[in-house]
Design a protein around this ligand. Structure first.
Ligand code: PNS
Length: 158
């Protein structure tokens, strides 16, 4: 049986923690679709096009991984592309509480299952928002995002 999964998120921007989850998903599943949410109610630091470009560049080596964008409900997107499983990374109990709610709702409203990959211990503290906050404050973000992403972030911050 061939299993395809969608890894959804804002990815504003991707961190090394996201990349770790993508790589591990690509090792375990036959097809991985990284899907960036287009959220008209929340403007990010990066445009969706920029986020897609950064993800594509950082995942070029993963042949069974593709990148895409979606708007509206995740389950509608999954069903539209014929993928019945969502794959998410969880960093700890706080993530899990929220993720369980979404997973149950997604199964209820769209029949979409969710599988979780436990974040690698060295990434459990990492989030896109913290990385942006540290970069804004002039702190070091070395090792938290790929170099290309760090350069793009500093570009944004002028
Ligand atoms: O990276 P994030 O911001 O934690 O990702 C959250 C995301 C995009 C996976 C989640 O907000 C989502 O699926 N949004 C799409 C809208 C939707 O389906 N909402 C109902 C969830 S039960």
């Amino acid at each position: 049986m061939s299993v395809a999964v969608v890894c959804p998120g804002s990815f504003d921007p991707i961190t090394v923690g996201h990349l770790d989850v993508f790589e591990r998903a690509a090792e375990r599943f036959d097809r991985v679709v990284v899907a960036v949410l287009e959220n008209p109610r929340k403007q990010g630091m990066f445009t969706v096009a920029e986020r897609l470009e950064l993800i594509s560049a950082e995942t070029e080596h993963l042949e069974n991984l593709e990148v895409d964008r979606f708007r509206g409900l995740l389950v509608d997107y999954c069903n539209a592309i014929g993928v019945g499983v969502v794959c998410k990374g969880v960093r700890g109990s706080q993530d899990l509480d929220y993720e369980l709610q979404m997973a149950q709702m997604n199964r209820r409203i769209g029949g979409v299952e969710t599988v979780f990959l436990v974040a690698s211990p060295e990434h459990t503290y990492l989030s896109s928002s913290l990385v942006k906050e540290v970069a804004r404050g002039g702190g070091s973000i070395t090792g938290t995002v790929p170099e290309r992403v760090a350069a793009a972030l500093y570009d944004k911050l002028g």
